[in-house]
Design a protein around this ligand. Structure first.
Ligand SMILES: [Fe+2]
Length: 289
């Protein structure tokens, strides 16, 4: 029996690795989720931070309905990705109209460790991804624990970053770092750079964690290059193999994770040979403190 499972929960919890993540067995996400059931799912979410569901065929409506239990679902500024008539859903696909791989990776920024929506004042709480079609090779999603990333820092590092704030900027990460198509003026106006603490306190667990990742551009009050170097160093220092869950997808799986205390990344796949279609939605959380 896992210490972080509760016998009263009306589902089975199978830990993914000892430190992080759990598969939830015995919940049908295509059915209505009662408030009582959702409370138990949310408790498991806070405890395990990555929840995996082997759903089978999940409808877009069921995905959005599940996401709405967590809170307000973000309407993403990059509206070219909206899917299935639901502006809450953001589809990443490398298929052309005939369903063949088009050779273009839809968002290379996802290959670097990051936390969703950190470029907004109110950042992402949960991200909920459903894999419609997943590659046979590559295209994994990795999650690393930022509670552990913080706790394993030396006291010197903890003191050094205790009061620092980082400026997060989507245009920086997407366009300048990863060469994606430039954002339109309207999209850029909608996403002005915002600053957040480098160390945040999770609003529900009260635990401290590192809050940085690839959208973080520079440190407030520090020369630009010095801040860049600190961000790069800390982003690398925060990731530990034994605190990282590496998920290899199968079609029809859904994962919900807590952006407030994790970083995640996708691994590469060959977009000319492999097919990958995933639907994502991000639930808005709060302003980090
Ligand atoms: Fe992401």
């Amino acid at each position: 029996m896992n210490a972080r499972a509760d016998l009263r929960w009306p589902f089975t919890v199978r830990p993914l690795i000892p430190q992080l993540g759990a598969e939830i067995v015995g919940v049908d996400l295509n059915q209505d989720i009662s408030p009582t059931l959702f409370r138990a799912i949310y408790d498991a979410f806070l405890a395990h931070r990555v929840l995996l569901f082997n759903v089978g065929n999940l409808t877009p409506a069921s995905q959005v309905a599940f996401a709405r239990h967590f809170g307000e679902v973000q309407i993403h500024v990059m509206n070219q990705y909206h899917a299935d008539g639901f502006p809450e859903l953001y589809r990443l696909s490398n298929l052309d109209e005939d369903g063949r791989p088009n050779g273009k990776h839809p968002d290379k920024g996802t290959l670097a460790w990051h936390t969703d929506g950190s470029w907004k004042r109110v950042t992402g709480q949960a991200t909920i991804i459903y894999g419609e079609v997943v590659p046979e090779v590559g295209g994994e999603t990795h999650f690393c624990d930022m509670y552990g990333g913080y706790e394993r820092l030396s006291e010197t590092w903890k003191a050094r970053i205790a009061n620092l704030r980082a400026v997060h900027n989507l245009d920086f990460s997407r366009t300048r770092r990863h060469g994606e198509d430039p954002m339109t003026d309207e999209q850029r106006r909608a996403t002005p750079p915002v600053d957040h603490p480098v160390v945040r306190t999770h609003p529900e667990t009260g635990r401290k964690c590192i809050f940085l990742g690839d959208h973080a551009e520079y440190i407030v009050g520090m020369p630009y290059d010095e801040g860049r170097a600190l961000i790069e160093e800390l982003n690398a220092l925060a990731v530990h193999p034994d605190l990282t869950y590496e998920h290899r997808w199968r079609d029809g799986q859904l994962i919900a994770w807590d952006n407030r205390c994790l970083m995640h990344r996708a691994t590469a796949y060959d977009p000319a040979l492999q097919r990958r279609v995933v639907r994502r939605c991000t639930v808005l959380g709060e302003e980090p403190v």
